[in-house]
Design a protein around this ligand. Structure first.
Ligand code: AHM
Ligand code: MG
Length: 345
């Protein structure tokens, strides 16, 4: 279609989900579709409040601390409450783990799903109006599951769906299902609908693939004095090429994992939050930050590994808030990380 031409056959998330459900025919109960509708509503609500934050005085501290002692922002509290209420209301969720809640929340009823989420990730960026995001993962509970925190202490390979929403210049939703592709949607504020946009829907594939390589790295270099030798060697290798014709990589670090990972997904390169001498287990949480993002990366053709070079998706958290070091991004780049670590064994 030419510039300015109105697209009349757009694929909304609702249409996309309905088509997927129809493809499954009688096997689908519709529960997953309903759950996704609830998820998208929580993203729209959070996006709305973030956009209005400065106007309605929602920025700043809320005066309480979350489980790990961080000061909570007003929007953190609101995002968390929206998420919990929407998940409770949809009737399909039994267990909910949120970064902002110390314990898993168990809902009454016979919901067959467990949700893990970080309702507003990157909240240190909120007051400056910089992009933040919501990360989510979905587990299907076994029929006899009673609904406890143990039900979600599972490796990312067990996730049936995952993704994130980035609240940036526009609101972007990235969604993937087990064994499936990665699809990208943009919220049309006027229509109030997420529209399939990534890549351009006119292309036959309609799926997001991460470029195999790209010279962009994203890491908090302020931690480099705490890095281990292998980690330092890897980042040195991309900053100081060994041949005269080699080009050093560009650095990009927003400090919002969702935004840094989203850019990495779109452009290629690497995002890392390594374990180091100060944060021996890394900073990011396995269940609702690392695993869902790793699933997106892998399903888009990339890779995600821990600081000890294990496949991120195979890590089993002992506790719901456990952390891990992570390296994720383009296939070739993560292979390079593997090689450097092997050398420094
Ligand atoms: P949060 O869940 O408290 O917002 O922390 C997670 C965020 C990530 O979005 C980001 O990648 C990381 O913390 C940035 O940490 P740092 O400021 O140490 O670089
Ligand atoms: Mg977070």
């Amino acid at each position: 279609t030419g510039d300015g031409e109105v697209k009349t056959n757009i694929i909304t998330l609702t249409r996309f989900l309905t088509e997927r459900q129809n493809e499954l025919g009688n096997h689908a109960t519709g529960d997953f579709t309903l759950l996704c509708h609830a998820l998208q509503f929580s993203f729209k609500s959070i996006a709305y409040y973030i956009r209005r934050a400065t106007l309605t005085n929602l920025i700043g501290l809320a005066g309480s601390s979350n489980t790990t002692g961080d000061d909570q922002k007003k929007l953190d509290v609101i995002g968390n409450e929206i998420f919990i209420n929407v998940m409770r209301g949809c009737g399909k969720v039994k267990v909910l783990v949120s970064e902002e809640e110390e314990e898993a929340i168990i809902f009454p009823g016979d919901g067959k799903y467990a949700i893990v989420c970080d309702p507003i990730d990157g909240s240190s960026n909120l007051d400056a109006g910089v992009s933040v995001g919501t990360i989510f993962g979905v587990f299907r509970l076994t029929d006899d599951a009673e609904g406890t925190a143990e039900d979600v202490c599972k490796p990312g390979t067990e996730l049936v769906a995952s993704g994130f929403t980035m609240y940036g210049a526009s609101t972007q939703l990235v969604l993937t299902v087990k064994g499936g592709n990665v699809n990208g949607f943009t919220l049309d504020n006027a229509l109030g609908e997420f529209i399939l946009t990534h890549p351009d829907v006119c292309t036959p594939s309609r799926v997001m693939r991460i470029p195999k390589k790209r010279g962009i790295y994203s890491v908090n270099e302020g931690n480099s004095i705490y890095w281990d030798e292998a980690c330092r060697a890897y980042f040195d290798s991309i900053k100081f090429p060994s041949t005269p014709e080699g080009k050093p990589y560009s650095a990009r670090y927003i400090g919002s994992m969702v935004a840094d990972a989203y850019r990495t997904l779109c452009y290629g390169g690497i995002f890392a939050y390594p374990a180091d001498k100060k944060s021996k287990k890394g900073k990011l949480r396995i269940l609702y930050e690392c695993a869902p993002m790793a699933m997106v990366m892998e399903n888009a053709g990339g890779l995600a590994v821990t600081s000890d070079q294990r496949r991120m998706l195979e890590v089993v958290p002992e506790h719901i808030h456990d952390r891990s070091g992570i390296f994720m991004g383009s296939y070739d780049e993560i292979k390079k990380v593997n090689e450097v670590y092997e050398k420094h064994g």
